[in-house]
Design a protein around this ligand. Structure first.
Ligand SMILES: Nc1ncnc2c1ncn2[C@@H]1O[C@H](COP(=O)(O)OP(=O)(O)OP(=O)(O)O)[C@@H](O)[C@H]1O
Length: 287
């Protein structure tokens, strides 16, 4: 892996309401090195999703962010809507949890994918359809032409997740953000989708950021790990170092809670024990 494609520095986030301010992101700093997969892990509510959304300027209403997010050396914080629109999809694509809800239920899957191919690549209808069929086949969707004529409700969760990954790939992004891409899928499908993400990252020379609370997935697939807790980054390391010699008590606690999953080296044996990780008595900070 080479220099960072994305640099987050001192990212802060505060929900501003009439009832007062609630800080949720505190001085978040990490890099996504170009090429390979970085996992951002942490228990529910640790700030992973808000960090990912902030990269694309998709913060929820009321969240006021500060700090710096540089993509390929270019500052993104403070971009106007037109600037973000130019960036989304074609430079940075995001795949959300629960793929089916990201698809329009009243349009066929093929139509939605072809619209993206035409918009982002300027293709004719016929060329877009050919590219979509080919890309669906690449992510192992059987009978892609027949599938293109179907509606989202006719797709299983795993297949819908593949469709969303196809949608992202059609834009030829440099950075792919995946927010809990396997949540809600059965364990075998989780493993298949992860395998696909690893293969596509390598084939397409993508930089991939995987937001997850599932340390089993991380061990299997990732090159680098960023650990968040309560809106802060508490540790970042290459995956081998993280798993063999974590630097913080918190990471050790998370790993211990997931030891079975991690040891088996599978992507499919369970998720972080959030109860354990949430205990207030648990050690905080660095060792
Ligand atoms: N729209 C919102 N309004 C108010 N608070 C919010 C909103 N979205 C998130 N939060 C709060 O911000 C904090 C960080 O949330 P975030 O969704 O980034 O966590 P996460 O690590 O992605 O967790 P999860 O895995 O559950 O999605 C949490 O305390 C959450 O309750």
């Amino acid at each position: 892996m080479s220099a960072a494609l994305l640099e987050v520095r001192g990212l802060s986030g505060v929900f501003r309401t009439r009832a007062g301010d609630t800080p949720v992101l505190h001085d978040v700093s990490f890099d996504l090195p170009a090429g390979g997969i970085t996992a951002v892990v942490g228990e529910t509510g640790s700030g992973k999703s808000l960090t990912a959304l902030s990269i694309l300027g998709l913060q929820p209403p009321g969240l006021v962010t500060g700090g710096s997010i540089r993509f390929d050396g270019r500052e993104l914080m403070g971009l106007d809507e037109a600037g973000y629109r130019a960036l989304r999809g074609s430079q940075i694509a995001m795949v959300f949890q629960d793929a089916r809800s990201s698809l329009n239920p009243v349009l066929t899957v093929g139509r939605q994918l072809c619209d993206v191919a035409r918009l982002h690549r300027g293709l004719s209808r016929r060329d877009a359809a050919a590219l979509v069929e080919q890309t669906l086949a690449r992510v192992a969707i059987p009978e892609p032409r027949r599938r293109m004529a179907q509606y989202p409700h006719e797709f299983s969760g795993g297949m819908a997740q593949r469709v969303m990954i196809v949608m992202a790939l059609l834009c030829e992004p440099r950075l792919l953000l995946l927010d809990e891409p396997t949540t809600g899928l059965d364990v075998t499908t989780q493993a298949d989708v992860m395998e696909l993400i690893v293969a596509l990252t390598q084939e397409a020379g993508l930089t991939t950021c995987l937001v997850t609370h599932d340390l089993g997935l991380v061990g299997e697939a990732c090159d680098r790990v960023v650990v968040m807790r309560r809106g802060r980054v508490v540790e970042q390391a290459d995956a081998a170092t993280f798993f063999s010699d974590p630097a913080t008590d918190y990471a050790r606690t998370l790993l211990a809670a997931n030891r079975d999953t991690v040891d088996q080296g599978t992507a499919n044996q369970g998720t972080a024990n959030q109860d354990t990780a949430n205990q207030d008595t648990e050690p905080e900070g660095t060792a």
